[in-house]
Design a protein around this ligand. Structure first.
Ligand SMILES: Cc1cc2nc3c(=O)[nH]c(=O)nc-3n(C[C@H](O)[C@H](O)[C@H](O)COP(=O)(O)OP(=O)(O)OC[C@H]3O[C@@H](n4cnc5c(N)ncnc54)[C@H](O)[C@@H]3O)c2cc1C
Length: 459
């Protein structure tokens, strides 16, 4: 890892989409002001600018998905291709985020789903697959169709403003977590950093569900009345591998069937200002199975606003083949890609850079993975799970889901201990009326089918 100008660099910069209601509410309650205004974004391919998105909430609200299809300024994608997405509405109605819906759609790939519903090759390649690469961090043939439907509905399709996004004006750690931890510390919470959990102490009374009584961190041990894990897939796999107490349970051993995706996060400091039309940008078509984003940090981060040259962050998802590149090769590739999107980068000199390789950094929602994901309640009575890969029915994704599952797990602890007030959890905005109607009709037809047709074929 090379750290430009000796500064620590948080891996990746993080957007907060319009439906992140619980995080926005937390930030408001903490009295923080960490976000930029709503920003417009652009999408690039090796052919140049492909599409620019408006701020959807500023435009007259149309029933979903009309605003999403009509308002963005597509530079190349013909209307006919965009209209080929309409049959996909049937799958969106059928996928209601319930357990049976996940089981129906999880075993097929997103690519098969789009093919079966008649999406044109161009719309898939130039629009849906890029969204999967930056939303689920993997190409369509490696994504569960259930995850694709859930993610696309939450971030883009459910309500017109859902795709609007704000960015943290610095690192999330500094601007949100640090003041949040300070507040918790004042309330009497002890926050211990640099303590890696290596095992749990479990008491197995044959007459009751097993209980966690302690948390082991290397050679230290802490007593515990309840435990909530908030680690990613790779983190929990490492814990299970070294934990005789957890590996006794098939639910935890089965976590070894889950995958995680490699990410490459880079930052370039340029000797001059390059005019980047939009602060946040997604790119596709440069590598077959890699998507990437770039951000104008002069526009987004307070720290870089007054910098004499451009500071740009470029993050690559499903970056497996890029991780072996040297820092020098990586920086040359990033500059070359940036110059394809924004030609002004060609003349700029890179005077400093940071390259962070993140193997197995984000959850891989692979086809068939749903059966191995855990719910908040584990087989151990007082051990609970949270994170963006935990099964719940809220409907959110990414950071908002990590936070919501944390609240859900905390509420389970409160319920179990019989003291404390459960945290309120804001649900996602209700489906629009025509979607509610479509879903009711779909459920009716499905229940007739289940009642009168033999359940002989694969679902
Ligand atoms: C480059 C990149 C860009 C992203 N962009 C966005 C975005 O724009 N918007 C968005 O909403 N989401 C984004 N995400 C996804 C987002 O970061 C995740 O959804 C979110 O961080 C998940 O939170 P989590 O708490 O489940 O896990 P994590 O954030 O992964 O936190 C898990 C923590 O557990 C710690 N840990 C692991 N093992 C142990 C152990 N044994 N003991 C103690 N601690 C341990 C880790 O160090 C880590 O701090 C991005 C991710 C990446 C990598």
């Amino acid at each position: 890892m090379a750290n430009g100008r000796g500064r620590p660099v948080e891996a990746g910069i993080h957007g907060f989409w319009y439906p992140y209601r619980n995080i926005f509410s937390l930030v408001q309650r903490l009295g923080l002001n960490p976000f930029t205004p709503w920003t417009r974004s652009a999408q690039y391919s090796p052919a140049g600018l492909e599409v620019e998105s408006p701020i959807f909430q500023d435009l007259p609200r149309l029933p979903m998905p009309l605003g999403t299809f009509l308002y963005p300024e597509f530079k190349r994608l013909p209307l006919g291709d965009r209209l080929s997405a309409l049959p996909l509405l049937a799958a969106l109605l059928d996928f209601d985020n319930s357990d049976p819906a996940w089981r129906r759609y999880d075993s097929i790939t997103a690519r098969e789903l789009f093919k079966d519903f008649g999406v044109s090759a161009r719309l898939y390649k130039d629009s849906f697959e890029p969204m999967l690469l930056v939303g689920l961090f993997a190409p369509g043939e490696q994504c569960s169709a259930a995850a694709a439907l859930g993610m696309l509905y939450y971030f883009i399709l459910a309500h017109q403003p859902d795709f609007d996004v704000v960015w943290c004006r610095g690192t999330v750690g500094e601007m949100i977590f640090r003041p949040w931890c300070d507040r918790l510390t004042k309330l009497g919470v002890q926050v211990l950093t640099q303590q890696r959990v290596s095992d749990l102490v479990v008491s197995a009374d044959h007459n009751a569900k097993p209980n966690v009584t302690g948390v082991v961190c290397g050679d230290r041990q802490f007593e515990a009345d309840a435990v909530i894990f908030a680690v990613g897939v790779s983190g929990i796999q490492k814990i299970v591998m070294g934990s005789p107490s957890l590996s006794a349970y098939p639910e935890f051993r089965n976590l070894m069937n889950l995958g995680a995706v490699d990410v490459l996060a880079t930052r370039l400091w340029c000797d001059r200002k390059v005019a980047i039309p939009r602060p946040s940008n997604a790119c596709f078509g440069f590598d077959a199975t890699t998507g990437w984003t770039f951000f104008d940090l002069n526009a987004l981060h307070d720290e870089h606003q007054a910098a004499p040259g451009t500071v740009v962050e470029a993050d690559f998802y499903h970056a497996n083949q890029l991780l072996p590149l040297s820092d020098q090769q990586t920086v040359a590739m990033v500059k070359d890609h940036l110059s394809t999107c924004v030609p002004g980068f060609r003349q700029a000199e890179v005077i400093d850079s940071s390259v962070i390789r993140l193997p197995r950094a984000v959850t891989h929602f692979a086809p068939g993975s749903y059966q191995y994901l855990l719910p908040a309640q584990t087989p151990l009575a007082n051990l609970f799970m949270s994170g963006d890969w935990i099964v719940n029915r809220h409907g959110s994704w990414s950071q908002e889901k990590a936070y919501v599952t944390g609240l859900e797990a905390a509420n389970l602890v409160i319920q179990r201990c019989g003291q404390g007030t459960p945290a309120p959890i804001i649900p996602v905005e209700a489906d629009e009326p025509h979607i509610q109607l479509g879903r009711s009709l779909n459920r009716l037809v499905r229940s007739w089918g289940e009642a009168f047709l033999p359940q002989f074929w694969l679902p």
